[in-house]
Design a binder for this molecule. Structure first.
Ligand SMILES: Cc1cc2nc3c(=O)[nH]c(=O)nc-3n(C[C@H](O)[C@H](O)[C@H](O)COP(=O)(O)O)c2cc1C
Length: 211
C-alpha cells in the first residue's frame, strides 16, 4: 500500500507519523507563565541537536492555530526545563497533557513537587531522575499548522545520585518511558549490548566556513 502525503489531512498525517516514529522519548517541560504559574506538559517530538554546547529540540504544535502554554511561555521568557520522568510516572505524564487554561498549574493539580533551578526561573520537578535547565536558542517554524521546533541550550544537568557511572547514564536505573502511536506508552525492553564501534572524536570548530 502507498499513500500520497498530499491526500492526507493534518490529523491523518499526525496519526501516521506518530505511529511510524517510535519509540519517542518524552520531554516533560516545565515553564513559568507571566503570573508565576508553573506550567507542565509532555512533548515526545524530542531529541538532542548538539553536544557542544549541549542543545535539545522539541516540536511544539498549536491548538487550532493558537500557541500552547508551553510555547507561549518559552517565547515570553526564553527559559524552560526538560524533565525526564520514569516509568512510575506514566499517569502523571499523560494527565499533564490535559488542556487547562494558563492560570491553572498542572504541577499543583497532579500534586507534584518542585525544586528551584540553579540558573533559570522555571523550576525543575523534584522527583524525576533527570532535569535539564534550558535557555532558548532558537525557534524554527515548520509546515502549514504553525508547529515550531524549539531549540534550547542545556545550562545545567540535574542527575539523580547513583545514575551516572563513568560519565554515562545507567539506562536501566533511569527506567525511561516512551510514547508510541495513540495513547500508548512503553518502558525499556531488553538491552542488547554490542561491541562499540570506534568513532572519530568531535572537534570544536572555529569560525572558518563549513563545507
Ligand atoms: C506523551 C505525550 C506526548 C506529547 N507530545 C507532544 C509533542 O511532541 N508536541 C506537541 O505539540 N504536543 C504534544 N503532546 C500534547 C501536549 O502535551 C498537549 O497539547 C498539552 O495540552 C500542551 O500543554 P500546554 O498548553 O500547557 O503547553 C503530547 C501529549 C502527550 C500525552
Amino acid at each position: 500500500m502507498q499513500i500520497r502525503a498530499t491526500e492526507l489531512s493534518p490529523e491523518q498525517t499526525y496519526k501516521l507519523l506518530t505511529g511510524v516514529v517510535v519509540p519517542r522519548p518524552i520531554a516533560w517541560i516545565s515553564t513559568l507563565g507571566e503570573r508565576g504559574v508553573v506550567n507542565l506538559a509532555p512533548f515526545s517530538c524530542f531529541t538532542f541537536v548538539s553536544s557542544k554546547p549541549p542543545m535539545v529540540g522539541i516540536s511544539i504544535g498549536r491548538k487550532a492555530g493558537a500557541r500552547k502554554d508551553t510555547a507561549h511561555n518559552i517565547h515570553a521568557s526564553g527559559e524552560f526545563v526538560v524533565n525526564i520522568g520514569d516509568d512510575t510516572m506514566i499517569d502523571a505524564i499523560h494527565m499533564s497533557a490535559v488542556e487547562h487554561p494558563p492560570e491553572v498549574s498542572e504541577v499543583d493539580l497532579l500534586g507534584l513537587a518542585l525544586h528551584p533551578s540553579d540558573s533559570i526561573a522555571p523550576p525543575c520537578l523534584r522527583d524525576v531522575p533527570v532535569s535539564l535547565e534550558c535557555r532558548l536558542h532558537s525557534i524554527i517554524p515548520f509546515g502549514l499548522t504553525g508547529a515550531e521546533f524549539v531549540v534550547g541550550e542545556v545550562l545545567v544537568f540535574h542527575i539523580r545520585d547513583g545514575l551516572l557511572r563513568d560519565g554515562k547514564i545507567d539506562t536501566a536505573g533511569l527506567r525511561p518511558v516512551c510514547r508510541l502511536g495513540g495513547p500508548n506508552y512503553a518502558g525499556l525492553g531488553p538491552i542488547i549490548t554490542k561491541r562499540a564501534i570506534g568513532q572519530t572524536p568531535k572537534a570544536v570548530m572555529g569560525d572558518a566556513p563549513r563545507p
